[in-house]
Write a protein that binds this ligand. Structure first.
Ligand code: PFF
Length: 460
């Protein structure tokens, strides 16, 4: 199987594909809201500090496990230790849950892009437009199917000709587009610069343990940790690529886009609402599909800016959804020895069926609630707040105490034909300490707080 396994053509393809997975809706709609809520600059600093320590150690571990075993998550963990194969199973379930609902939102993004391109900015800025749209049974489903169909087509093309090629085009384009919109909104909106000051200045009065917990939860989701993705991508990685450097580069992308998204959104919302801090409290879908269209509608050339914004979000979303689908396809291909075409078809049909549940959760099944949540929120909660932290906790215990950090360090360093390390792993001491002692504690903190948040006991 090893000889037939696909691979990235080189380091750039891998880094951009992994960055494509990391950079997604989470960077654009969640990070800005959290930064505004948790004290701006102080949240940024905490996020960066966690990314280069805790996030770094977990992402590096998964990529190394993938490259060492050359297998997708289930096979990877069971080949290392049969007793811990459940980690691989957890890691494979998470993308199966996320892909369908993520693609439903991807469908909404596609719809808004089409709307702005066709010159309907004022219509889309209407008060009940978004609610009416997701509450209908036709369009959201069609756009969802288009989005997931495109995702399947890209995955079908294979690792180097599909994911890698698409990421090499979309990721640089995304950066360019986000710079254009940020620049345009900062220079055209009155009061935007005060918003920049509001966003960047650290507000220590908003710092608490919840700042750290919120930053940690965001980091997890954003870096696609404990979802089997980094293991799968690592399995396509050649030995001559430095995992350590690659992880720093992926994180640089992830933090850069999160920072720029907030620089684009926080000052715009701040200026639009006349400096009202409460305006930022609308998170997620409300911010992206209600507040921002209203802001675009007031700008000169709003149709164009709106279209550029949604094409940028589309790139961010589809590069994440292809990473999710690739992981599921890879798992099925390895496990059932199916070819890529058949696996893609199975995953496409399965995800389309599961996604309909989320799509209908706002229309015909709007009254059905489980644990007080709509289907989409329930899937989000089960994957991000419960399964992911459990998987990451188990991974850190497994690597820290059973497999031992030295085994990961050996994979990161690699050995050439003379038995000499291929790469120097500069942060290896820090890595061992984090994976053994710091990561398990931090992850438990995330798990407890996100369950308490979902139960309404604390609010993140
Ligand atoms: N990291 C992506 C984001 O921030 O939106 C989302 C994501 C991608 C989540 C891939 C999960 C995943 F497996």
């Amino acid at each position: 199987m090893e000889q037939n396994r696909s691979s990235f053509s080189g380091k750039l393809g891998f880094v951009l594909a992994a960055a494509g997975s990391a950079v997604g809706l989470g960077n654009i709609w969640r990070f800005p809201y959290l930064a505004a809520k948790y004290g701006g600059g102080i949240f940024l600093l905490v996020y960066i500090a966690l990314a280069v320590t805790f996030g770094f150690a977990l992402a590096l571990t998964e990529i190394a496990i993938g490259r060492k075993t050359k297998l997708s998550p289930i096979g990877a963990f069971s080949s290392l230790n049969k007793k811990f194969s459940f980690i691989g199973i957890l890691g494979s379930i998470v993308p199966i849950i996320i892909l369908p609902y993520y693609s439903v939102i991807g469908g909404w993004v596609t719809k808004y892009f089409v709307g702005f391109v066709s010159g309907n900015a004022s219509l889309m800025a209407g008060d009940s437009y978004f609610g009416d749209f997701i509450g209908s049974t036709g369009e959201p489903v069609w756009y969802f199917l288009i989005f997931i169909g495109l995702t399947a087509l890209i995955v079908l093309l294979g690792v180097d000709k599909g994911i890698e090629k698409v990421s090499k085009i979309m990721m640089p384009a995304l950066i360019l587009l986000i710079l254009i919109i940020t620049g345009y909104s900062l220079f055209t909106l009155d009061g935007a610069w005060e918003g920049v000051v509001y966003y960047i200045t650290p507000d220590f009065s908003k710092f608490s343990v919840m700042t750290v917990v919120a930053a940690m939860g965001q980091l997890f989701y954003s870096m696609s940790i404990a979802m089997g993705i980094m293991v799968t991508f690592g399995s396509y990685l050649k030995k001559d690529v430095s995992i350590e450097k690659s992880v720093y580069q992926i994180e640089f992308f992830d933090m850069g886009v999160a920072f720029l998204s907030a620089l684009m959104i926080v000052p715009a919302v701040f200026a639009f609402s006349g400096g009202n801090e409460e305006a930022m409290s609308q998170k997620g879908a409300g911010l992206m599909f209600e507040t921002l269209p209203k802001i675009f509608d007031t700008m000169p050339g709003g149709n164009i800016i709106g279209a550029i914004f949604f094409v940028m979000v589309f790139f961010a979303a589809i590069t994440s959804s292809i990473s999710l689908m690739e992981t599921v396809v890879s798992t099925i291909t390895d496990k059932f020895k199916l070819n890529r075409t058949l696996s893609c078809l199975v995953v496409f049909l399965g995800s389309a069926a599961i996604g309909l549940v989320s799509a209908f959760g706002y229309s015909i099944w709007a009254d059905v609630k489980v644990l007080g949540m709509q289907f989409l929120d329930l899937f989000d909660f089960a994957s991000n707040s419960v399964l992911m932290p459990i998987g990451a906790f188990a991974t850190s215990i497994f690597v820290g105490y059973v497999l031992k950090p030295k085994s990961i360090i050996a994979e990161v360093e690699g050995l050439d034909e003379n038995g000499k390390p291929y790469h120097t792993f500069r942060a290896k001491k820090m890595y061992s300490i984090i994976i053994k002692y710091i990561a398990p504690v931090c992850i438990l903190l995330i798990l407890i707080s996100s369950v308490l948040d979902a139960l309404g006991i604390v609010k993140i």
